[in-house]
Design a protein around this ligand. Structure first.
Ligand SMILES: NC(=O)c1ccc[n+]([C@@H]2O[C@H](COP(=O)([O-])OP(=O)(O)OC[C@H]3O[C@@H](n4cnc5c(N)ncnc54)[C@H](OP(=O)(O)O)[C@@H]3O)[C@@H](O)[C@H]2O)c1
Length: 248
């Protein structure tokens, strides 16, 4: 099983770049098109290198601080996929900081809410016509049919928060979790599955060198989780990278 058309945001480095790499060469059936969203396509060297190797990769400009890029990206994707639509949107792009109660500012809060919550919601809205086209082919809800995956974090779980701190990151991702649940309810009638995943602690720019897991191992696990989502009951959940459902 594999989705025909996939879009990943924040695809120029870290977890997003690894998503592109592994989807582009997925076996036995790789996607027809892997759209790699990034802020600066012209300087996305690693993506450009991947694109020379895997012809199904297409780079599109998506800046979560610039809503005009949402519509232009949707148009660029539509021109390629046409009536087949988009099967899988992975809202991966994100930002973090460690703002404590002493250091958090209004600017931190608003900035991270834009990137981690408002942006993914409005981008998903821009891609809804293409997700609906893909869903129209029918069948069980799944990532092969039509699906939105929001990359969240265990740090956003209200139930599991026992240390405090990280105000802007925790709250903006908790907002993303609510958006995930809300979208899952609103899009059930369209046959579009929406869930969130906590990827673990990954060696990327955000996770840092002391993180426990390589991006390649993380994405191997996440691809299995996404592939296992195949029913209405799989929608509206926060998944741990192992596949278990986590408390919000
Ligand atoms: N690494 C971890 O341990 C960990 C743990 C839990 C959850 N996560 C989540 O996993 C996702 C990916 O994280 P990562 O570790 O790969 O982080 P990363 O290495 O810092 O990469 C972040 C990605 O998001 C993009 N991005 C940031 N701001 C953006 C904006 N305004 N518009 C568009 N793209 C933007 C970055 O693009 P630029 O290069 O242009 O800045 C980059 O591609 C995030 O949502 C993060 O919260 C990561």
């Amino acid at each position: 099983m594999s989705p025909a058309n996939v879009l990943i945001t924040g695809a120029n480095r870290g977890i997003g770049l690894e998503f592109v790499k592994q989807y582009a060469q997925l076996q036995p059936n790789c996607p027809q098109h892997v759209f790699a969203g990034c802020r600066s396509p012209d300087s996305a060297k690693d993506l450009q290198d991947l694109q020379t190797k895997y012809k199904n990769i297409k780079i599109v400009k998506i800046d979560l601080n610039d809503e005009a890029t949402y519509a232009s990206a949707a148009k660029a994707v539509e021109e390629v996929v046409g009536d087949a639509g988009l099967n899988l949107l992975i809202n991966n792009a994100g930002a973090a900081n460690r703002a404590s109660l002493d250091t958090v500012t209004s600017e931190d809060m608003v900035s991270l809410f834009q990137i981690n919550a408002v942006g993914p919601l409005m981008l998903t809205k821009a891609f809804l016509p293409l997700l609906r086209k893909a869903a129209a082919k029918g069948g069980a809800m799944s990532s092969d049919r039509a699906c939105v995956i929001n990359i969240s974090t265990g740090v956003a779980s209200i139930t599991e928060n026992d240390t405090g701190g990280a105000y802007s990151y925790r709250t903006s991702k908790a907002a993303l979790n609510m958006i995930t649940k809300n979208l899952s309810l609103d899009l059930k009638k369209d046959g579009i599955l929406v869930s969130a995943i906590h990827p673990g602690w990954i060696k990327t720019g955000m996770g840092g060198p002391k993180a426990t897991t390589e991006a390649s191992d993380c994405i191997e696990a996440l691809l299995k989780v996404i592939d296992s989502l195949n029913s209405e009951e799989s929608s509206g959940k926060l998944y741990h990278y192992s596949g278990r459902v986590m408390p919000w």
